[in-house]
Ligand binder design. Structure first.
Ligand code: BEZ
Ligand code: FE
Length: 316
């Protein structure tokens, strides 16, 4: 049997050919695209062997930094803008529904459920007191009662509870009241750095980037019949709003944390949920609709072209 001799011009096609019979259609699409882009990347960059090995070492080190408390690959996805791109393509913007943003690595399942008006802050935690009053509504502005709202934040020192040894702090779960309302006390969020003592931190330094995120509160809101909303509220005026290390800022999520009559920071916000099933971004749906329409068109065209061919065959 003749042995084929692949070269830099023919190798990609051969790799793609070997993926051609992948039984799962989606996996085939993903693998094919990944190989095409990876080969194109290598063609463009032309790494030396030493550089390629440096890349492998970086990914290996990233893996070594991952455990149940630290997920360096998510951080890499966040800091390279991939998490937000996935968010844009999947959650999309629908009418006046509240926009989503990154989940981040500090969400913890099972936070304690607290009464409205409770503080989520343990005594002695650094930070300035802040009062948060919110409502949850549907697209038409009707209150959503019984929504489950997870809230979490960093303290005034820039650390989440999971980065310290002292147990649950700065996080809680609330349930919206009959008017869709919920309220709680926290500390005014301040800017803080994403974890930058690992490979992602090295990458940020090497590329001349800072690790800072603008001050924000995290929210995850779930209610039966509605899309789960994962979002933040950002502090208006924060100096990192335009250079968030993870690209998570959306203008509609920037809120005034102003001092109230008692001198306490206070903010109000109305979270608008979209009905379940509205997750896919309009573009993706439009893309799918376009593909469906063009598939129909081409099968119609095929039928058209095949008929005259048959007729002309008959004529002969
Ligand atoms: C956060 O906001 O908690 C966060 C998000 C992405 C990466 C690191 C931290
Ligand atoms: Fe955060």
């Amino acid at each position: 049997m003749a042995i084929r001799n692949f070269n830099e011009d023919t190798l990609t096609a051969e790799v793609l050919h070997r993926l051609a019979s992948t039984p799962d259609r989606r996996l085939k699409q993903v693998m094919t695209s990944m190989v095409k882009h990876l080969h194109a990347f290598v063609r463009e960059v032309r790494p030396t062997q030493a550089e390629w090995f440096e890349g492998i070492k970086f990914l290996t080190e990233t893996g070594h930094w991952c455990d149940d408390k630290r997920q360096e690959f998510i951080l890499m996805s966040d800091t390279l803008g991939v998490s937000m791109l996935v968010d844009f393509l999947n959650y999309g913007k629908v009418g006046n529904a509240t926009e989503s943003t990154v989940l981040g690595p500090f969400f913890v399942e099972g936070a304690p459920e607290l009464e409205h008006g409770s503080s989520i802050v343990k005594p002695g935690t650094p930070g300035e007191p802040c009062l948060v009053r919110c409502h949850v509504t549907d697209l038409a502005g009707r209150p959503i009662a019984g929504a489950i709202i997870d809230v979490w934040q960093a303290g005034g020192d820039g650390f989440y509870d999971v980065q310290k040894p002292d147990g649950t702090n700065l996080r809680a779960r609330f349930r919206s009241a009959a008017d869709g309302g919920f309220w709680f006390r926290c500390v005014k969020p301040d800017s803080y750095p994403v974890p930058h003592d690992g490979p992602v931190g090295k990458m940020l330094v090497a590329t001349g980037r800072h690790p800072m995120r603008p001050g924000h509160l995290h929210f995850m809101i779930e209610a039966p019949g509605y899309e789960k909303l994962v979002t933040h509220l950002f502090v208006k005026g924060d100096k990192y709003l335009d250079s968030d290390a993870v690209f998570g800022v959306k203008r509609s999520l920037v809120v005034d944390f102003a001092r109230n009559a008692e001198g306490i920071y206070e903010l109000g916000y109305e979270f608008v949920l979209k009905p379940a099933g509205m997750t896919a971004a309009p573009k993706r749906r439009a893309g799918a609709a376009r593909r469906k329409a063009s598939a129909k068109k081409s099968s119609r065209a095929k039928r058209k072209t095949s008929r005259p061919a048959k007729r002309s065959a008959r004529k002969k």
